[in-house]
Design a binder for this molecule. Structure first.
Ligand SMILES: [Zn+2]
Length: 863
């Protein structure tokens, strides 16, 4: 409590400190200090009250991570003194004191448990306050409520459930929970490894979006969305993980540190999770010892230690949410991972966890990695290195690591290929799909594993997407210009890229208050809103459609009638007051009924779920892609008889335009085709792991041994004329993914139809039966083609005739009751009918609503 004690605890004498102590020399004891704080925070009351409140505030709100009770005050004081020391050090040289907020040592990732505990804590407090409130009322009214009224279980449950259902968390955070993207297992995997920044996408935040050196091995430098969210959504790298809470007690950690010579006083301060715990004189030895203790398992595996030369302090951390990555420990230039260990790992007698227990691998966070020297390749190890990278591929995230020979593709293409094509490709999203109901899913009928693949593909062991096809890199009659591909009609007939789209329809037979309930069945003709007899034709007697019924748009899958919403004058419920509420196929939907599920919800209401399937055979306009970002749509499905063939009679499944290569520089695409050819011819899998896969030389040798040209080119014949083609064509095998964007979901046209009430213009949107917008650019195109009269017809969609006074130019009210058209401004009856757009008339009337006079200048149309 004396100035001398404070100076001793701070442990660094500066002029600033002396001046400060001198300035507040009149604060002589603890009470003076507390009163000074009370005055500064404008507390009021008697001296004792004020002291109590300052003490209470210090206990609960000042450095709460150290403790919340009276006994922790001394430790808080010691930590505060060390903070003051750091403040003075930073003030002496402000330039070197700057911290980088984008350095991952200064960032934390929050996992589901962490976020759920927030939600639980806040809602528990709300519940407790509510219980307290009710109990106070109970005492006042001298009445005892049942326990159900006092602790409303629904209050807590509803709040937690609604937060999880909507994703809006406490603290006004949105999107904390998300619907899982069930397109395929790669999409699920990618979503589960995604880290989303809390920064808003609209703001620039350039530094936060760029790749930081500390991202290496922690976040994939490739996989991020293009557009507003770029760099804010990241994916964890292959081996990265997030530290979770340690099971080791604080006291135990302190005891271990004391054993390795941690003292109360010394040159270097030691901090553990933000609190000052001791000091040491021999930093080198202390750091070495602490790392050894961790490798021996006496300190938490996920903990980290960092020496800050500038602040003269050692920071030890076992906090949750640090992004950590595993590395091989190197001692005196020798890797602890020996070939014997590798052999044991291969045999399966040494597990991932064993490697950490034996001190061969260890987790590093971004803070500790700053003090380490990591070697990329075992061959380059020197005495200075402290760690060795496990494999070069661990810079990538899971989906980017799957791109065959990915290190030979430009990053821009890897974004489109690796991360996007894999996520959007059709395949098998779940093995139990026949007994599931999911929205927005498709199944690829003959999904395959790629012949040329990265070893991570087998490690991840996910359900397949895409198919291996025979590819010829050649133009075809102009039908594969501009990234289009030409497909062999024969291959399509044999099942290439066939998929089924599955759609669910759900209806619940609800029980309402007052004994009213929904009735599932074929609706009676007298029910209000009865459709046509035709639309109920697939329903069986129970009102539910039968499996394998082939349905068209507007046809009913579940027939249902509901009681009226409002019980009006007529108390009795007749058949006429009931409402038709069947579930039917929406506009432009077709499908075969695939399965019918009958279940009950927890209220006991019957749930009827129908799944339809729709066969999707590839057609012109469907989108395909390879993992190298070479995406394109089908330009033509060529009859098999017209598809060119090689000397051995091979006809390609897909013809890809060679002009797609030089501008995109996807070298890995060419390597993939070459490797695919070897894989197909030799019947083996080719390793195409980025950085370590087969080399081009090996691939060329392999082709030569199989009796083909080393460059993969072959003589081909024109199937229409029978002539030999004058150039050799690059033919091989490639892995193609059918993406979820299909023409059948997009194709749309309408004649006249629904219009919006306000503007009288056609509504937008395919699902609502809307029209297609003929915009400014389309208008110019039509004028350019000399079809300007077509515009008159097109823009007539909201035509209206208005009457205009030809004397003063005002809009004239058409008085239909008196059958009179007289200008209300100049009382003239020289009125002319003029054809305008209704939206224009609306604009004029809105201007008039603002008290603006509008006038039409009219010309004689015969002049
Ligand atoms: Zn007039």
């Amino acid at each position: 409590s004396s100035d001398a004690d404070i100076v001793k605890l701070i442990g660094k004498q500066t002029d600033g400190l002396v001046v400060n102590l001198y300035e507040y020399a009149d604060i002589g004891n603890v009470n003076d200090a507390l009163m000074w704080i009370a005055e500064k925070s404008s507390l009021q009351g008697t001296n004792k009250e004020m002291l109590d409140r300052v003490n209470q505030r210090i206990d609960s709100y000042f450095l709460p991570h150290i403790g919340l009770s009276k006994k922790d005050r001394m430790e808080k004081a010691r930590t505060l003194c060390k903070f003051i020391k750091q403040f003075y050090i930073a003030r002496e040289s402000p330039d070197s004191a700057v911290t980088d907020k984008d350095h991952y040592a200064n960032k934390r990732v929050r996992l589901s448990g962490d976020l759920l505990s927030d939600l639980f804590r806040v809602n528990m407090n709300i519940l407790l306050r509510e219980v307290q409130h009710t109990l106070q009322k109970t005492v006042k009214r001298r009445k005892f409520y049942s326990i159900k009224t006092i602790a409303k279980s629904t209050l807590f449950t509803h709040r937690v459930e609604s937060a999880i259902a909507t994703g809006s968390w406490i603290g006004e955070r949105k999107g904390v929970t998300q619907n899982i993207d069930k397109n395929n297992t790669f999409a699920i995997m990618s979503q589960l490894r995604r880290v989303t920044s809390t920064l808003p996408g609209e703001q620039e935040n350039l530094a936060a979006r760029t790749v930081h050196p500390t991202h290496y091995g922690r976040f994939c430098p490739i996989e991020t969305p293009e557009g507003t969210e770029i760099g804010l959504r990241k994916n964890l790298a292959l081996l990265a993980s997030v530290s979770t809470s340690t099971r080791m007690e604080h006291e135990d950690v302190i005891n271990v540190l004391k054993d390795i010579d941690m003292k109360d006083d010394g040159v270097m301060d030691i901090f553990y999770n933000g609190r000052f715990i001791g000091a040491s004189d021999d930093v080198e030895k202390f750091l070495k010892d602490i790392k050894n203790e961790r490798r021996e398992g006496r300190l938490p595996t996920q903990s980290s230690v960092r020496f800050d030369k500038f602040l003269d302090a050692i920071f030890i951390s076992s906090e949750v949410g640090r992004v950590i990555r595993p590395l091989i420990v190197v001692e005196n230039g020798v890797s602890r991972m020996t070939p014997e260990h590798m052999e044991l790992v291969k045999q399966g007698s040494l597990s991932w966890k064993d490697l950490f227990d034996k001190g061969i691998l260890e987790y590093l966070d971004a803070a500790e990695e700053d003090d380490c020297y990591v070697c990329l390749d075992a061959a380059d190890l020197t005495d200075e290195h402290t760690h060795l990278e496990i494999d070069r591929i661990d810079i990538f995230g899971a989906s980017v690591s799957l791109i065959p020979f990915g290190n030979h593709d430009p990053p821009a293409r890897m974004v489109k290929g690796g991360s996007r094509a894999y996520r959007q490709g059709l395949g098998l999203y779940a093995a139990n799909f026949p007994v599931r109901i999911d929205t927005d899913v498709s199944i690829l009928h003959y999904a395959q594993k790629p012949l040329v693949r990265s070893f991570t593909y087998d490690t991840l062991n996910v359900h397949p997407v895409g198919q291996n096809v025979v590819l010829a890199v050649m133009p075809y009659e102009g039908y594969n210009v501009d990234d289009a591909i030409v497909m062999n009609g024969g291959s399509v007939d044999r099942g290439l890229a066939r998929s089924s789209r599955l759609k669910p329809y759900v209806s619940v037979e609800l029980n309402y208050a007052g004994g009213l309930k929904d009735e599932v069945g074929i609706p009676d003709k007298d029910v209000s809103g009865y459709r046509t007899e035709e639309s109920y034709r697939f329903l069986e007697d129970d009102g539910i459609v039968f499996p394998e019924a082939e349905m068209n748009e507007g046809e009913v899958v579940i027939g249902k009638i509901s009681p009226p919403k409002f019980l009006s004058e007529a108390r009795e419920i007749s058949i006429q007051t009931k409402k038709e509420s069947s579930t039917s196929l929406r506009q432009e939907e077709v499908g075969t009924v695939d399965a019918v599920f009958l279940t009950h919800d927890k209220e006991g209401d019957r749930i009827i779920q129908i799944r339809t399937r729709e066969l999707r055979v590839p057609e012109v306009g469907d989108k395909f892609s390879v993992p190298h970002g070479q995406k394109g749509i089908v330009g033509m499905i060529a009859p098999e008889s017209d598809v060119p063939f090689t000397v051995s009679g091979i006809k390609p499944d897909i013809m890809f335009n060679p002009h797609g290569i030089p501008s995109r520089m996807t070298v890995a695409y060419l390597m993939d085709v070459l490797a695919g050819k070897i894989a197909a011819l030799s019947g083996s899998i080719v390793d195409a792991t980025p950085f370590s896969g087969e080399t081009v030389e090996n691939l060329e040798d392999g082709l030569k041994k199989l009796g083909f040209r080393a460059n993969g080119k072959e003589t081909m014949y024109n199937a229409i004329t029978g002539e030999r083609m004058p150039v050799k064509i690059f033919v091989g095998n490639m892995f193609y993914l059918k993406l979820k964007y299909m023409v059948a979901d997009r194709m749309h046209a309408r004649a006249s139809g629904k219009i919006a009430l306000l503007t009288r213009q056609p509504i937008a949107g395919r699902s609502r039966g809307g029209a297609l917008r003929l915009g400014e650019m389309e208008q110019q195109a039509l004028v350019g083609h000399g079809a300007s009269l077509l515009l008159k017809e097109r823009y007539d969609s909201d035509k209206v005739v208005v009457n205009i006074c030809s004397k003063c130019g005002a809009l004239v009210i058409d008085d239909q009751i008196h059958n009179k058209k007289v200008c209300s401004l100049c009382h003239s009856n020289q009125i002319e009918p003029v054809e305008v757009s209704y939206a224009f008339k609306l604009l004029i009337e809105e201007l008039q609503g603002l008290h603006l006079l509008t006038k039409f200048d009219m010309k004689n149309k015969y002049e």
